[in-house]
Design a protein around this ligand. Structure first.
Ligand code: SAH
Ligand code: SF4
Ligand code: F3S
Length: 483
């Protein structure tokens, strides 16, 4: 099975900017202060994107820590971490303008910090690097380096190069797969782990930048996924979330004469002893099939949360978005899913104010929320992304109307989420105990099979186990229970 994404003629900006030469494996040490004491170089990485972006941050931290860097991320307070760091690296996201604006704002702030401390090294990784490439160097002279989503393992060499030559360095590959499995990964969770299985997207929804930033679909071979999942379990992981821009179109090659598509992969992973829960995100309705629902229904290890983005309930909008289905086809998929998987919790994404959206289209989406009664919905105001097919369409819904529609949808959904949660009160459910509550150390936090959050009193030694909890109350979107 080939890992190439089919693009020929890979371009590497590094070829234009510099040649990367390195001294892999050396300890990064720097003399600081007058007493000659040596201190490791400190690096601070911040994620601005989705779960896959967070996974990439864990990989980058692991690789840099392995090479002798100290990772500083205490408390997540941006300024304080930046001030303690020698290298500040932002793992960027391009999906909406807001995500990019946050990075631009922080680059401005860090530019000022660099005037005071010229030794500070600033870098970018993630989807904005793939989208804007070398243009970012011209716009932000304070930026020292960029690495693409397929070049995370080159980070130590790139940083070395910046320190040696003090010029801007980029390493951005176009081919291959932007998933890195490594046992030096610095995972946030003890019992839970992210596991990317495919990246890229062949769907080309007109509003979406992801096919540009992550490229065409490429899957990790099933054998590799199985090996990495088993390795995680041997480290004590009991719950894995499979990641991909469209996990349902996973194609993991052949194994023992069998084509390893997503349902087959799930079945294979369910056989791993010690792995107790498997969730996945995200799915495109087009590839959500009856076979997949049946596999989920037959395997209690697979999470009962299904995230299936609707975007809009107006067929006119769905067509303009190139979503490949009508609203009726979408609801038929949900009806079948609910019939085959009892207690499934369906969640969704909605875009408010896409190009050409009328009041009537918006009302149709509002009615759909009432009709389908999702457990939760992420609602986003449409944001034009340069280079996408929809960037050629007028962005003709005024900002205040987008805001109003966004708020109306959120209000409807908040009520429905609450009403759906109330229905769980009085039931006893299986909960995977994740951690102590941040707000109250005597309380534990866990997740139901439906991925709903439950808080209850209990001994911390229960962390990492499944427990039966009776749901007794509701506080905002959190269920409160007793063991
Ligand atoms: N692959 C996933 C979605 C990835 S992006 C899927 O198809 O379901 C996550 C969500 O961001 C999308 O579902 C969509 O609701 C939203 N989104 C993507 N591009 C957007 C844009 N240009 N403006 C506003 N929201 C957008
Ligand atoms: Fe974007 Fe559509 Fe692909 Fe999802 S399916 S990543 S929304 S192009
Ligand atoms: Fe953003 Fe890239 Fe993820 S655009 S949503 S970080 S795939």
């Amino acid at each position: 099975m080939t890992l190439s994404n089919g693009l020929s003629n890979p371009i590497s900006v590094s070829e234009q900017c510099c040649e990367i030469v390195g001294n892999k494996g050396t300890m990064r040490e720097e003399v600081t202060g007058g007493n000659g004491a040596k201190q490791r170089l400190r690096v601070c990485i911040k994620s601005f994107g989705c779960q896959m972006n967070m996974y990439d941050t864990e990989v980058a931290e692991g690789i840099l820590a392995h090479e002798g860097y100290e990772i500083v991320n205490g408390g997540g307070r941006v300024r304080e971490d930046d001030e303690r760091a020698d290298v500040v690296l932002m793992n960027t996201c391009s999906v909406r303008e807001h995500a990019e604006d946050r990075v631009y704002g922080r680059l401005g702030m860090l530019g000022k910090a660099k005037k005071k401390n010229p030794e500070l090294i600033l870098g970018l990784m993630g989807c904005m690097v793939e989208e804007h490439r070398e243009k970012l160097f011209k716009r932000f002279p304070q930026l020292d380096f960029m690495v693409g989503t397929r070049n995370i393992k080159d980070l130590p060499l790139v940083i070395d190069e910046v320190r040696k030559r003090r010029h801007q360095v980029a390493k951005i590959r176009h081919d291959g797969i932007s998933i890195e499995y490594t046992d030096v990964i610095k995972r946030r969770g003890t019992f839970h782990a992210w596991l990317p299985i495919m990246t890229g997207c062949d769907k080309i929804c007109t509003y979406c930048i992801v096919p540009i930033t992550r490229g065409r679909e490429v899957s990790m071979p099933a054998r590799e996924v199985y090996r990495e999942a088993s390795r995680l379990v041997s480290e004590g992981v009991r719950w894995i979330t499979l990641l991909g821009q469209n996990v349902n179109s996973y194609r993991g090659g052949e194994l023992d004469g069998k084509a390893m598509l997503f349902p087959e992969l799930l079945e294979m992973l369910c056989e791993i002893d010690g792995l107790e829960r498997i969730s996945f995100t995200t799915s495109h309705p087009h590839d959500a099939t009856e076979e997949l629902y049946r596999v989920i229904a037959q395997n209690p290890k697979i999470s009962r949360r299904f995230h299936l983005p609707l975007q809009s309930a107006s067929d006119r909008m769905l067509k303009r978005m190139a979503r490949l289905h009508t609203f009726a086809e979408y609801t038929a998929k949900i009806d079948l899913m609910c019939e085959l998987i009892p207690d499934v919790s369906v969640t969704t994404d909605i875009i408010a104010g896409f190009s050409g959206e009328t009041e009537e289209d918006h009302e149709a989406t509002k009615r759909a929320l009432e009709e389908i009664r999702f457990d939760s919905a992420f609602v986003y105001k449409y944001s034009v992304r340069q280079g996408t097919p929809a960037s050629k369409l007028p962005d003709d819904v005024p900002a205040d109307v987008k805001e109003k529609r966004n708020n109306e949808l959120l209000e409807v959904q908040r009520r429905i989420t609450r009403e759906n949660n109330v229905k769980w009160l009085g039931r006893t459910v299986g909960v995977f105990v994740e951690a102590r509550s941040v707000k109250d150390a005597n309380q534990l936090v866990g997740r139901m099979d439906q991925d709903k959050k439950v808080v209850f009193s209990g001994d911390p030694f229960l962390i990492g186990t499944f427990q039966k909890v009776r749901l007794v109350d509701l506080q905002h979107e959190t269920l409160l229970g007793t063991l």
